[in-house]
Ligand binder design. Sequence first.
Ligand code: 13P
Length: 250
Amino acid sequence: MSRDYYIAGNWKMHKTRSEAAELAKALVTQLKDGKHKYLVAPTFTAIETVAAIVKGTNIRLGAQNCAAEEQGAHTGEVSVLQLKDLGVQTVILGHSERRHVYKEDDALINKKVKLALQHGFEVILCVGELLAEREAGKAEAVCETQTVKGLEGVSAADLSRVVIAYEPVWAIGTGKTATPEDADAIHAYVRKVIGKLYGADAAAKIIIQYGGSVKADNAAQLMAKENIDGALVGGAALKADTFVPIAKFG
Ligand code: 13P
């Protein structure tokens, strides 16, 4: 089964509104004829600005997180209702920085996944092991647990709006990329986990992105692997000059 490639830029906590607008405009122009599926996920404060620029183009609009509740007394949080109001289509959840720096656990991430799906969003669920976990031979087990717990209670119908991003924590922002073979092995394993949960057809269809020091010079080798269907790009997504060659790989 052929799956469409999906290249996403996670801008993390970078860019003022004017900087975000400049990048979004450059991407709209330069990816106009791009063949793949694209997404940018600006920081919350720049979402509205970027929304006006990517609206009606082939670039989807993402957010990097959302609250686990629709509304209420949750100081500092941003809700799915507010994201929907801005035109956000996709929410990235369970990013390793949320898991490890801000201590989000699988139960909280699962609550967010279900809420975002219930509100019609596409969800990019991030999974990935720490270096110590990889060295202890636990990479598959960690990714399996994060996948199973992250998707607990998600229906087969809603799974069609879920993308998994495999982001080994040791490869994020470090310049160390997983080899295409190592990444593909985890992707194949996660696909098998999806197969156990939702059946062979869902496993064959689900998009699994790779993230962790993806650059123009390694994107094509990674994407050539059978189970790697796209990329979730951090550092290299911050400039059109470095993101466009990844987005137009091949
Ligand atoms: P880098 O591409 O900077 O390694 O970041 C990857 C990432 O965390 C994307 O979500």
